[in-house]
Write a new protein. Structure first.
Lengths: 219, 219
DNA sequence: TGTTGTGAAGGCGTTCACAGCC
DNA sequence: GGCTGTGAACGCCTTCACAACA
């Protein structure tokens, strides 16, 4: 199996989502073309992405919806759960806890840490906010596997280091700063500042209005 | 000027951030090498990115920190403000309003819409939640330029269509769904579901622990 | 005829390497 | 000597196009 690119993984998420919708509609089979058009990409891309992991389709017929859904679920590791600690119980941390999307994706938040003495000991959802000073030991004790960083940028790298020391295997970073971690620790970042600035750039550069729709798969 | 890639824009955000830090430290000049190492990329990449927009450096000396900061700020359009409407006053919408990062990036939230009759008329931050049914007319009246979609996935495309009809020039989408908009409307998406699944994939695939650090710029 | 799976071609972004300037 | 700006080389991802199969 070749190295899988980040964009392929992101598209697998899309396919999975489409397959869930299509399964709910009761459809049994789907072609790469239909799978592609809902996401604005080409059918060849879909087939290429899937081919990295196996031959899931049948020529002339397409892909079995329930079968492909199960295969992609397994590839993405959605068939298992992870023990998560959220670090930072401020705006972003609290929103993430209230959000609830974690559980649906297999991530169980079992601990919340904060630095602020006034916040420690308080409730955050169903959990008690713990002292960030004891992150490394506590996280190890609690067998935390994934850390979510929702602290200010300036403390993000230190928190990441503590999480790594505590033995986490993955980190999801919401602080607007590039983090360095050992390469056996999975790292994903959601940088809202960057999205805002990217939108600002696009708005600023925008010229020559055309009012044409994004092209879809025509193959 | 060639077409600017999304990754170049994202790096410009990084450079801007580093320049703010370095300016705070009082440094006057910075080399592409130093600018690069804080972000884990190569110095050649920095110079190439900047060269798309002009020649901001001086051979043998590097870049003037305040000057480059101003140039990149202008490129990213951070020197102007945008009138924003947030659509969806649930978990994500409320978190975004409380977050406060908007204002810092030049985005002023001047309206909030929701579909839920119980939510309409209530306060969300300093604003009154308006009826989403009147989105198109109200947004046009209020000269909304940017829409933030924080609704469930199923209504996201309809909201996007309404925002476009109301004349917005940009959309920031937090709903986990691919949106189609005319190509003179700027669109950026933050898809947390996808980040979770991407992390899940990386965790699942992880093999052969090596405990080696991410390589930095060695040029 | 319809659709997959895939080698080959193409396009785009990154890295190299060096001329040019301080 | 130090550092930028950039054409050329490289490598990766996407798209093409078609053989294989239902």
């Amino acid at each position: 199996m070749p190295r899988i690119s980040e964009s392929t993984v992101r598209r697998l998420s899309h396919y999975y989502r489409v397959l869930e919708e299509v399964a709910a509609e009761g459809k049994r089979m789907i072609s790469s073309r239909r799978l592609a058009e809902r996401e604005g990409i080409t059918s060849a891309q879909v087939r290429k992405d899937l081919s990295y992991f196996g031959s899931f389709g049948r020529r002339g017929l397409g892909y079995s919806v329930p079968h492909l859904r199960e295969e992609i679920g397994a590839i993405l590791g959605l068939d298992r759960r992870w023990r998560v600690a959220v670090v930072g119980a401020g705006n972003i941390g609290s929103a993430l806890l209230a959000y609830g999307g974690f559980a649906r994706q297999g991530f169980d938040v079992v601990a919340v840490f904060d630095q602020d003495a006034r916040r420690i000991g308080q409730r955050a959802g169903e959990l008690e906010v713990l002292d960030i000073g004891r992150l490394a030991e506590t996280a190890a004790e609690m067998s935390i596997e994934v850390g979510v960083i929702a602290t200010p940028a300036r403390s993000a790298q230190a928190v990441a280091d503590a999480l790594v020391a505590a033995g986490v295997r993955g980190i999801l970073n919401f602080a607007p700063r590039k983090l360095f971690v050992p390469d056996d620790v999975a790292l994903r970042s959601v940088d809202m500042t960057m999205e805002f600035e990217s939108l600002s750039f696009a708005l600023t550069q925008a010229r020559a209005p055309r009012r044409r729709r994004t092209p879809r798969d025509t193959a």
